[in-house]
Design a protein around this ligand. Structure first.
Ligand SMILES: [Zn+2]
Length: 326
């Protein structure tokens, strides 16, 4: 009897081990940063592609670093999310070629105004642009003027609402920042009038997003923001994200490393974070510069902070744990 019970105990222990260690076959969400320089995290890098296990691919804030709709890194795109209309998210300029310029000073010499990079990508990929605030009217008019179908290519998603793209739930959440449309996206005469007065055009509030993927991964994309009560009450309270993509850029635009660490540590409390929008050349040769803002955020955060190296795909399981590429 004794050997049997030892065997039984051993097999029970093994079964316990197997239940606790992550299943390598479990479905993963792939997150691929599309920055200005391969293998680095550079000042204007914002763009991320999220790929659900069902194959749905969502582009977030293409900015200046996606080289238009024909950038070979994009692949198929099913939807484009835009947090707000500032140049570094919408894209007034793009690079002439991969890795043009240096990481600390990328070459953004190709002008894509008045269309914008985000509109050119929505048109080129025939993928809906998902926006909040009053942005929908501006983009529908723009898409129509370029011969696109505004009903198909622009989707409104205001704060509180959610929609789906494939098996991915997309929710709109608040960001506290600003959202003036720069004059150079407007026809010449209007641009001249606004520009002369030092004004931008009103397109409603900026936003952030929460994405819930089919494997359970729930990601909060902060957009450009400071610390807000909604990060606790709405983002954490209702959606319970286990991954956060956090703007850490700091003065004078948004929360910096210390404030962003407060957001992830005390308010949203995910299992992992991805630094974003650093406004600095954060890496050299793919290694984090020790005195960078990104390093300060990584040090201050209580959970693992992953550095979005351009072109390197990170894989996340349903709990927010990075299982490859981090
Ligand atoms: Zn920004």
């Amino acid at each position: 009897m004794k050997p049997l019970s030892v065997l039984a105990a051993a097999s029970l222990a093994l079964a316990g081990c197997a239940a606790m260690s992550p299943d390598p076959q479990a479905p993963k969400v792939k997150v691929t940063p599309l920055g200005s320089h391969a293998g680095e995290f550079c000042p204007l890098d914002r763009a991320l592609v999220f790929e659900d296990p069902d194959g749905t691919r969502i582009l977030y804030d293409p900015g200046r670093t996606v080289r238009g709709p024909n950038d070979e890194r994009l692949g198929r795109i099913d939807a484009v999310l835009l947090s707000h209309v500032h140049d570094d998210h919408m894209g007034d300029l793009i690079q002439p070629s991969a890795n043009a310029g240096a990481c600390q000073k990328p070459d953004f010499s190709v002008r894509v105004t008045p269309n914008s990079n985000v509109v050119n990508i929505a048109m080129g990929k025939q993928a809906p642009l998902i926006v909040g605030g009053e942005m929908v009217y501006f983009f529908q008019t723009k898409i129509k003027s370029l011969g696109g179908d505004p009903g198909k290519l622009v989707r409104l998603l205001r704060f509180g609402a959610q929609t789906t793209v494939g098996k991915v739930m997309v929710a709109s959440v608040p960001a506290v920042h600003s959202n003036g449309l720069p004059a150079h996206y407007l026809p010449k005469e209007q641009a001249q009038l606004l520009g002369d007065a030092g004004l931008t055009a009103y397109v409603g509030p900026p936003g952030g997003f929460v994405l819930r993927f089919s494997n359970g991964l729930t990601a909060y994309l902060s957009g450009d923001t400071g610390i807000t009560a909604e990060q606790d009450l709405v983002v954490r309270g209702n959606y319970k994200p286990n991954l956060v993509v956090m703007n850490i850029g700091g003065f004078p635009f948004s929360a910096g490393p210390a404030e962003s660490a407060y957001v992830v540590n005390e308010l949203v409390r995910p299992n992992a974070a991805i630094a974003s929008h650093a406004n600095e050349p954060a890496t050299i040769g793919g290694n984090l510069t020790p005195n960078s803002k990104t390093a300060a955020f990584q040090k201050a955060a209580k959970m693992p902070v992953h550095v979005p190296l351009s072109g390197r795909t990170m894989e996340f399981d349903g709990s927010g744990r990075c299982t490859a590429g981090c």
